[in-house]
Design a protein around this ligand. Structure first.
Ligand code: ADP
Length: 186
């Protein structure tokens, strides 16, 4: 199964994608994780991406596209994938269609996790205490939410127009939400 996960920061995409990948036996590909690894390893790409990430802005489309092209062309995505954190704007959605089209691995379902902003600010404040991610401070979280609202939310319509978007209520226990996602895939 070839899946794209949509939803605001803190909506639980990462948690749910991890659970789902076990069940489906496909790789979970998170551009946020790929970028954080590049920053930690101080690769040229990581060094270029860091400032935008720390500010809660999007890393340039060009940089992230290079990363995604390389990752999606790996053998392990032939059996499927769960993509998390990409695409994040309409230009990325169109670039992704191209990349996946030429690999013959187009998206089959877009799952949009829906959680309201008040909940998200609370969840990310908690995560900041536990994980200490540098972009989970209140100011940066607000910026990430604004970027999401302005640039990423319209991506849902891109998949809705293709008839492959499913909206999922993202409020509840991890198990409840996992069950909703499984139902949407059955
Ligand atoms: P979250 O969904 O909680 O914001 P992610 O781990 O998905 O966290 O992303 C963290 C940061 O990495 C983003 O704020 C952004 O700077 C960068 N990033 C991740 N994916 C992309 C992307 N597709 N395009 C541009 N920047 C990205």
């Amino acid at each position: 199964m070839r899946i794209v996960f949509l939803g605001p920061p803190g909506s639980g995409k990462g948690t749910q994608a991890t659970l789902l990948k076990e069940r489906l036996g496909v790789p979970h590909i998170s551009t946020g994780e790929l970028l954080r690894a590049a920053v930690a390893a101080k690769t040229p790409l990581g060094l270029q991406a860091k400032a935008a990430m720390d500010a809660g802005e999007l890393v340039s489309d060009e940089l992230v596209l290079g990363l995604i092209e390389e990752r999606m062309a790996s053998d392990d995505t032939a059996k499927g994938y769960i993509l998390d954190g990409y695409p994040r704007n309409l230009a990325q959605a169109e670039a992704l269609d191209q990349v996946l089209g030429s690999l013959n691995r187009p998206v089959q379902k877009a799952l949009a996790l829906m959680v309201d902003e008040e909940q998200i600010v609370q969840r990310l404040a908690k995560r900041a205490e536990m994980e200490g991610r540098s972009d989970d401070t209140e100011e940066v979280v607000r910026n990430r939410l604004a970027v999401y609202r302005e640039q990423t939310a319209p991506v849902a319509d891109h998949y809705r127009a293709k008839g492959i978007l499913v909206d999922i209520d993202g409020v509840g226990t991890i198990e409840e939400i996992n069950q909703r996602l499984q139902n949407a895939l059955d």
